[in-house]
Ligand binder design. Structure first.
Ligand SMILES: *[C@@H]1O[C@H](CO)[C@@H](O)[C@H](O)[C@H]1NC(C)=O
Ligand SMILES: *[C@@H]1O[C@H](CO)[C@@H](O)[C@H](O)[C@H]1NC(C)=O
Ligand SMILES: *[C@@H]1O[C@H](CO)[C@@H](O)[C@H](O)[C@H]1NC(C)=O
Ligand SMILES: *[C@@H]1O[C@H](CO)[C@@H](O)[C@H](O)[C@H]1NC(C)=O
Ligand SMILES: *[C@@H]1O[C@H](CO)[C@@H](O)[C@H](O)[C@H]1NC(C)=O
Ligand SMILES: *[C@@H]1O[C@H](CO)[C@@H](O)[C@H](O)[C@H]1NC(C)=O
Length: 378
């Protein structure tokens, strides 16, 4: 979005009196990315709808600096050194604290997008009060380890919440109870060791859930039961060693599933029988030795099973996957592909075999299916 704005506006940028050096201003936009700012510029035009202060050295936001920006819809404060933390006000009277809490963002009633990524924020419960239109909130990369109860209650229209790249290992019960419209919840690169049922109980519109790069060891039974709206699920790079047999059964709308980089070993052949909408399935680095003949998956377009110990590819492995276009089998130990493999896959254009012994065999040279690819990657 930001990269689109830039060239579009270039043509008619005005140098308004209140436009700080190194910023770009139009009547409704102030773009001060990489403007070497140590504080928020004074006198930001009242009409401003888009304010981008990313990539500066901001450490503090004084209480009333945004108060007059009643039409602001987009506020970028990413990549600064902001620490809007309660601690720094420890010795200040309660009412002053109250002032801070309720004035930084609270008059921004039209704000829809708030990016606070890569700062040093701590969260305190009332910090989003007043932002009733907010639909995107980015809090990645703040070293957050705890999230206060109720902090998201004032923003019921939130659709996208990014909490990746923090140190969170626990979410307070009921944290998302008011987020009935949430579509995307991203929790990648945190310290979670488990996923609790409580996360999901009220997220009836969740479409994208991502919790890769954590240390999750198992998935509780029936975790996703009734989670019919989920379309994209990323559980990759965790410590899962097995999958409950009912694991994806509530996910009838699921289109993308990434289970890569979990040493699962044995994937039951009926696991995906009810995931008939699945289009992208990633099982790279899953310690898979013998791939099962999966049922379901008739709409799968892309299957990746790179970097496993697969020696033998069952002849009918992909027979049920009528729509398959790409199969990545690279870096396995496959010595032979049977001649009539892939005959059921009318749409297949590529089978990547790079890094398998079969690539060096005579058979490979004469194989009739031309989509086989042994060229080394990269
Ligand atoms: C805010 O937007 C409304 C509706 O577009 C407009 O009428 C009003 O003048 C704007 N306020 C300011 C301070 O620019
Ligand atoms: C913030 O500080 C106040 C007063 O010191 C305290 O009562 C409150 O619990 C603190 N809130 C958080 C989230 O730490
Ligand atoms: C999160 O995990 C990192 C890396 O393992 C560790 O250094 C850090 O102390 C953990 N943080 C918390 C709050 O547990
Ligand atoms: C799946 O997960 C792996 C490991 O986290 C990651 O490297 C890969 O990019 C993911 N694939 C897709 C298509 O998201
Ligand atoms: C698939 O759905 C059927 C019918 O709802 C159910 O009985 C079965 O247990 C499901 N299978 C799996 C593996 O989820
Ligand atoms: C193959 O691709 C075509 C065109 O994208 C599509 O209409 C068709 O349903 C696909 N599947 C099969 C089995 O041909």
């Amino acid at each position: 979005m930001i990269s689109v704005l830039f060239p579009l506006l270039f043509g008619y940028v005005l140098s308004l009196p209140d436009c700080p050096q190194k910023c770009l201003c139009t009547p409704s936009l102030m773009d001060c990315r990489r403007a070497n700012l140590y504080e928020v510029p004074h006198g930001i035009a009242q009409k401003t709808e888009t304010l981008i202060l990313n990539d500066n050295h901001l450490t503090l936001i004084s209480p009333r600096v945004f108060q007059h920006l009643l039409n602001l819809t987009f506020l970028g404060l990413a990549n600064n050194k902001l620490s809007l933390q309660n601690d720094s006000f420890d010795n200040i009277a309660e009412n002053r604290l109250g002032l801070l809490d309720s004035t930084i963002f609270s008059s921004l009633e039209k704000l829809t997008y708030l990016d606070l990524s890569n700062n040093r924020l701590k969260m305190f419960a009332p910090m989003f009060v007043g932002l009733s239109k907010l639909d995107t909130l980015m809090l990645a990369g703040n070293h957050l380890s705890t999230i206060p109860q109720g902090v998201f209650d004032p923003i019921p229209n939130l659709k996208i919440l990014v909490l990746s790249h923090n140190e969170i290992n626990h979410l307070p019960e009921g944290l998302f109870d008011n987020l009935k419209s949430l579509n995307d919840l991203l929790l990648d690169y945190n310290n979670f060791t488990e996923i609790s049922h409580a996360i999901f109980t009220t997220l009836h519109n969740l479409e994208h859930f991502s919790i890769s790069k954590n240390r999750i060891q198992n998935i509780p039974l029936l975790l996703f039961a009734g989670r019919f709206t989920l379309r994209k699920l990323d559980l990759s790079s965790n410590l899962l060693s097995e999958l409950p047999s009912d694991f994806p059964s509530g996910l009838e709308q699921l289109e993308v599933l990434n289970l890569s980089a979990n040493c699962i070993g044995n994937v039951p052949k009926n696991l995906f029988v009810n995931n008939t909408k699945l289009e992208f399935l990633h099982l790279d680095k899953t310690c898979l030795q013998t791939p099962p003949i999966f049922s379901g998956l008739q709409n799968l377009i892309e299957l990746t099973v790179c970097c496993n110990g697969i020696k033998i590819l069952p002849k009918t492995f992909t027979d049920n996957m009528a729509n398959l276009e790409l199969l990545d089998l690279s870096l396995n130990n496959i010595r032979e592909i049977e001649d009539d493999a892939f005959k059921m896959n009318h749409n297949i254009t590529k089978v990547i075999l790079t890094g398998n012994p079969v690539c060096t065999t005579e058979q490979f040279m004469h194989y009739s299916f031309k989509g086989l690819d042994c060229s080394s990657k990269n």
